[in-house]
Design a protein around this ligand. Structure first.
Ligand code: 4NP
Length: 146
C-alpha cells in the first residue's frame, strides 16, 4: 500500500484539507492508498483544523473536524512513499529537516503554483479557491499512482 503525507506549516488549514479530500476520494474509488498530514512547525500540535477549513470541507460533505495537528518527524521520511508540500516554503523546510525528495502539490496540474496560506486570510472568502486548488492537485496525485 502506498503512503502519502501532505505537509504545510501549521497542519491546521491546508494539509488537513488535502488529507480529507484524499481520504474521501480513496474511499469512493476503493484505492489501496493511505494518507496522513503534518506541519513543519510545532505551533498547533494537538489542535483540530481551523474553523474555515472545517466549514469549507463540510460544504463538500467531507468531515475533517476531528483531525489533530502533528509535527513532521524524521521517521516520516522513511515511512511515506510520497511527501507532498503545499507550498515552496514547506518544501524548503522539509529539505532542512532531512526529507530528500519532497514534491510540490502545485506540480500536479496546477502549473507549479503554491497553495496560498489561508491562515492570514481575512475571513472565509478565499477558502473556496484554496479548497479547489488542493482538490485538483490531490486528485491528480491519486490518479497518477493508481
Ligand atoms: P497551514 O496554515 O500551514 O495551512 O496550517 C497556517 C497555520 C498556522 C500558522 C501559519 C499557517 N501560524 O503561523 O501559526
Amino acid at each position: 500500500m502506498k503512503k502519502i503525507l501532505f505537509v504545510c506549516l501549521g497542519n491546521i488549514c491546508r494539509s488537513p484539507l488535502a488529507e480529507g479530500i484524499a481520504k474521501d476520494y480513496i474511499s469512493q474509488n476503493n484505492l489501496d492508498i493511505s494518507v496522513d498530514s503534518a506541519g513543519t512547525s510545532s505551533f498547533h500540535i494537538g489542535e483540530n483544523p481551523c474553523p474555515h477549513s472545517i466549514d469549507i470541507a463540510k460544504e463538500k460533505n467531507i468531515d475533517i473536524s476531528s483531525l489533530k495537528a502533528r509535527q513532521v518527524k524524521k521517521s516520516d521520511f522513511e515511512e511515506f512513499d510520497l511527501i507532498i508540500g503545499l507550498d515552496r516554503s514547506n518544501i524548503a523546510n522539509l529539505k532542512i529537516m532531512g526529507c530528500k525528495q519532497p514534491l510540490l502539490l502545485g506540480d500536479f496540474g496546477l502549473d507549479g503554483e503554491d497553495i496560498p496560506d489561508p491562515y492570514f486570510f481575512d475571513g472565509f472568502e478565499g477558502f473556496g479557491k484554496v479548497f479547489d486548488m488542493i482538490e485538483t492537485g490531490v486528485i491528480n496525485i491519486l490518479k497518477s499512482i493508481k
